[in-house]
Design a protein around this ligand. Structure first.
Ligand code: NAX
Ligand code: ADP
Ligand code: K
Length: 519
């Protein structure tokens, strides 16, 4: 499922007309019909179409046109339809025009009695700030929604007032409970504050041929996409089939990270997990992570050469290496990383374990001159905004649109697969493609969840998944696993280790090729 900017959407529509004769009125019919179908399929359980009261706010452009088509279908299915034409200030209540002096009062009554209010005021054609009277109308709707919990607001294509390219919002923008977007999700959905205005997102099929979308550079992560990326699990497999993972990390102040990363690598199905830790750390892990094996490294005092040599000696036969969780940032550790990277770069491609660098691995790198030239090809890095800021020597936003350009630019410049983490994580490929996760869950904003993600990526790499795909699948499944935890615990109080048993369930959900979420 591709993500579009407004210009890309216009170009798709123009091509659909030129190449397939799908003119704007045809697309609008399809849009309104599919919005009606999605709406009916997702009515609240206690609502039936018969007698359902739906107020449509109709705008002056094609978004309003979509609303009118949808209204016709809902009326045919038994709903009572009220239409407010914003520009003309004309109100029709159940097929009767309301006389001009009565409009304001009757509109207010229609807002009060509506079960659903459909926002088809403005879509991708919004070109200026909302006028004061439109803001006043939307404010009245919002106020009604606050006072009457059973009222639902459904946005067609996008909530009016949201910038479809950037996710910026007009002060009058409406918070929807549900957004039925047409053809493709819009780029602005993935950035804040816009993301918060969407409610549940559904994608209406308007009949655009799939090949028109093929060259678009940005995709949304969906269950279907992730399904196509998962490694095969053949019946006659053994643990060698699914690859060995080595993790270099763990230090006295941060013992837990490597445990979380190692467990997560195993939970995505890697065949064997080895933790490269010092003898001093061994008792901590040996008693808590029974499934792992250990590569025992000499203590810090042994010096970087001896430590690097020991790690390198263990690497043979490993398909994936994660550097970073809880590693610390001592000068000898930095030296060890340098030597290991040098070793990896010198290996032929087929013998080289795929590399993931996270957390202190990234912090150590960012202290080195032109660090990106030290990485072997196809390295995955997974910075949070703070780490990204140190790597790029710039301030990095937690959620606004500037993240997308930055991720794209830096993946290209650094020649890495870059997962820029946060709500709506972006995965950028050095050749310009990007994938973005619409799923967000504040329960994940807690220490250790990043270690779990890095372990998942490494576990998929060990199974032969390509780096861009391994990062994409992990990002999606990580949030999906968190939603399973949140079904029980809500959106606070998750421990990173709670994610671990949910990871196979998330994979299982994707493996049976469930409909895309959002579908
Ligand atoms: N063109 C097509 O082929 C299709 C268009 N679709 C729908 O059409 C929408 C885009 O249609 P339009 O380009 O007509 O755009 P809109 O319907 O978003 O609005 C454009 C109209 O609103 C006015 N306007 C812009 N900013 C305003 C503001 N702040 N306050 C008040 N009026 C304002 C413009 O002058 C113009 O008349 C999409 O969001 C989607 O809903 C879909 O029906 C699918 C097919
Ligand atoms: N609101 C959110 N929605 C979705 N994912 C989130 C949210 N907040 C944090 N995350 C995810 O949680 C993880 C946190 O990682 P990180 O900041 O590296 O933590 P740590 O280093 O403590 O493990 C990342 O994968 C990030 O994308
Ligand atoms: K709208």
């Amino acid at each position: 499922m591709h993500i579009v900017t407004v210009a890309e959407m216009r170009e798709l529509e123009a091509q659909a007309d030129r190449q397939y004769g799908l003119s704007s009125p045809i697309l609008m019919e399809n849009a309104g019909k599919s919005a009606a179908d999605i709406f009916m399929a997702h009515l609240l359980p206690h609502h039936s179409m018969n007698g359902l009261e739906v107020l449509f706010l109709i705008g002056p452009g094609n978004n309003g046109g979509d609303g009118l088509v949808m209204a016709r279908h809902l009326q045919e299915a038994g709903a009572f339809i009220n239409l407010y034409y914003w520009k003309e200030q004309r109100l029709r209540i159940r097929d009767k025009d309301i006389a001009e002096p009565e409009v304001a009062k009757t509109l207010d009554e229609a807002i009060k009695s509506a079960d659903y209010i459909i926002d088809s005021l403005l879509g991708t054609g919004r070109s200026r700030p909302l006028s004061e009277d439109m803001r006043a109308l939307l404010k009245r709707v919002q106020q009604e929604r606050k006072s009457r919990a059973e009222l639902r607001i459904v946005a067609i294509d996008l909530p009016t007032g949201l910038n479809a390219d950037t996710g910026a919002v007009d002060p009058g923008a409406l918070h929807a409970d549900m957004t039925i977007t047409l053809a493709c999700p819009k780029q602005g959905f993935f950035f804040f504050p816009g993301r918060d205005y969407l409610g549940d997102v559904y994608i209406g099929d308007i009949g655009l041929p799939a090949d028109l979308e093929r060259d678009l550079p940005t995709e949304m992560l969906t269950t279907n996409l992730v399904h196509s990326l998962l490694p095969e699990r053949r019946l006659n497999s053994n643990k060698g089939t699914f690859g060995k993972v080595m993790i270099f990390g763990g230090s006295l102040p941060y013992p837990g990270s490597i445990f979380l990363a190692g467990s997560a690598a195993a939970r995505v199905g890697a065949g064997l997990i080895t933790l490269a830790v010092t003898e001093q750390m061994l008792p901590i892990y040996a008693s808590s992570l029974h499934e792992a094996t250990f590569a025992i490294l000499p203590d810090e005092q042994a010096g970087s050469f001896e430590r690097a040599k020991a790690l390198i000696a263990h690497l043979e036969g490993y398909r994936a290496l994660l550097i970073g969780p809880g590693l610390g940032q001592s000068p000898t550790t930095r030296e060890v990383i340098l030597q290991v990277l040098e070793h990896l770069r010198a290996l032929p491609e087929e013998k080289r374990p795929r590399l993931v660098v996270d957390a202190d691995g990234l912090n150590n790198l960012s202290a080195m001159e032109h660090w990106w030239t030290l990485l072997p090809e196809n390295t995955v890095i997974t910075p949070h905004p703070g780490e990204m800021g140190r790597l790029a020597a710039t301030k990095v936003s937690g959620g606004d649109i500037s993240r997308l350009d930055l991720a794209r630019e830096k993946a290209k410049e650094w020649k890495v697969i870059l997962a820029l983490k946060g709500a709506c994580t972006i995965i950028a490929h050095p050749e310009g493609q990007a994938r973005i996760n619409l799923l967000a869950n504040p329960a994940l904003a807690t220490a250790g969840t990043g270690d779990v993600l890095a372990g998942m990526v490494t576990g998929f790499l060990a199974q032969g998944v390509q780096p861009f795909d391994a990062a994409s699948a992990s990002v999606y499944l990580h949030v999906l696993a968190s939603t399973f935890v949140s079904q029980e615990l809500g959106h606070a109080g998750l421990l990173a280790s709670d994610l671990l048993p949910q990871i196979p369930k998330a994979i299982n959900r994707a493996a049976v090729n469930a409909p895309s979420y959002p579908d």
